[in-house]
Design a protein around this ligand. Structure first.
Ligand code: TXA
Ligand code: MG
Length: 312
């Protein structure tokens, strides 16, 4: 069996696979990750191959210890220290200048590296045993992220050596990516930690998401995080014959009621989309959530899933 429980024996097995350049799908608190040894260019090349991801789209490197993070960075700005102290382990990724230890391949050829310390015992244990670990979300390129092993794509499963089943991910939406090289720092991808909480920690406003900043995060494709069926946003309540996500009482079993709370919504969004996608509907309709700052990460994913992200 390739999908196994993360008991001590299987953790050792996973660590041995990673040390020898293999691929392991691991649970994190945000989404499942497709992990490889971040310092091994051949292992990293397998990650890009398995996902079908362009080589210029950099990976996030996962660490368990502050020393690991520091060893990956050429410089560690004050803002990085403040944010790491406040939010690690947790759904926050920091983009800093990369040290010579990190292969260019891991970072899509950029001179920066994205680092995060995940808040999950399995991910932390493996990052300590065999890290630092490069791990993008464990889904085919531009597809829906997996928040449980049930969501994993069969073709992707074929290409990995082992999967550690950690149950459903509790945050359910990817980490917030913050560029701490910029002054003031800026968010490259909204996610599990809100803009408000980051601003409070830094005692200041974050910079705008300028086009130049977007180029620093090549993962910003217009279409991303998308189900197979076309996804469309809707400002009114779903019609009874529409398949989708609603804030009202569902009118059929092909409508799922979503919570009117951004965190709760984020934690179930990918699961709900996977469920509806498995019905092979013509279109998945999504009732628009409130246009409020707390919904920024959810809005980002919905717009990109609808193919309305920024076009570069
Ligand atoms: O929660 C998460 O972040 C999950 C779990 C597995 O940790 N990982 C994840 O990885 O979402 P991925 O590869 O699907 O998304 C990484 C994002 C992309 O938008 C990528 O462009 C950006 O981070 N990124 C990575 N390295 C970067 C860098 N050096 N500079 C700017 N953006 C970077
Ligand atoms: Mg991803």
């Amino acid at each position: 069996m390739k999908i196994v429980a993360p008991n001590p024996e299987n953790l050792e097995r996973a660590a041995a696979i990673l040390r020898s350049g293999g691929l392991v799908i691991i649970p994190t608190e945000t989404v499942y990750g497709l992990a490889a040894d971040a310092l091994n260019p051949e292992a990293v090349a397998k990650v890009f191959g398995a996902k079908g991801r362009p080589a210029d789209n950099p990976l996030i490197v996962h660490v368990a210890l502050a020393e690991q993070a520091l060893s990956l960075a050429a410089e560690w700005p004050d803002a990085a220290q403040i944010l790491a102290d406040r939010f690690w382990p947790g759904p926050l990724t920091l983009v800093v200048r990369r040290s010579a230890r990190v292969p260019a391949e891991t970072c899509g050829g950029l001179d920066t590296v994205a680092i995060r310390m995940p808040d999950h015992p399995v991910a932390l244990a493996l990052a300590e045993l065999a890290g630092p670990l490069a791990a993008p979300s464990a889904n085919p390129f531009t597809g829906l992220s997996a928040t449980s092993v049930d969501h994993l794509d069969p073709a992707l499963l074929e290409r990995v050596d082992l999967v550690l089943d950690g149950g459903p991910a509790k945050i359910g939406i990817e980490s917030t990516v913050v560029d701490v090289l910029a002054s003031p720092p800026r968010i490259l991808r909204p996610g599990g930690v809100s803009r408000g909480d980051i601003q409070a920690a830094l005692h200041g406003t974050l910079g705008p998401l300028a086009a130049e900043a977007m180029r620093r995060s090549p993962g910003q494709y217009a279409k991303h995080y998308a189900p197979q069926a076309p996804l469309k946003l809707r400002s009114e309540r779903l019609d009874p014959d529409q398949v989708g996500l609603t804030f009202h009482e569902p009118q059929t079993a092909r409508q799922l009621k979503m919570p009117l709370d951004p965190r709760a919504y984020g934690s179930t969004l990918y699961h709900a989309l996977h469920q509806l996608d498995s019905l092979h509907p013509q279109t998945i309709w999504v009732e628009m959530p409130p246009e409020e700052p707390a919904w920024e990460a959810v809005w980002d994913r919905l717009r990109k899933a609808a193919g309305q992200g920024l076009v570069l």
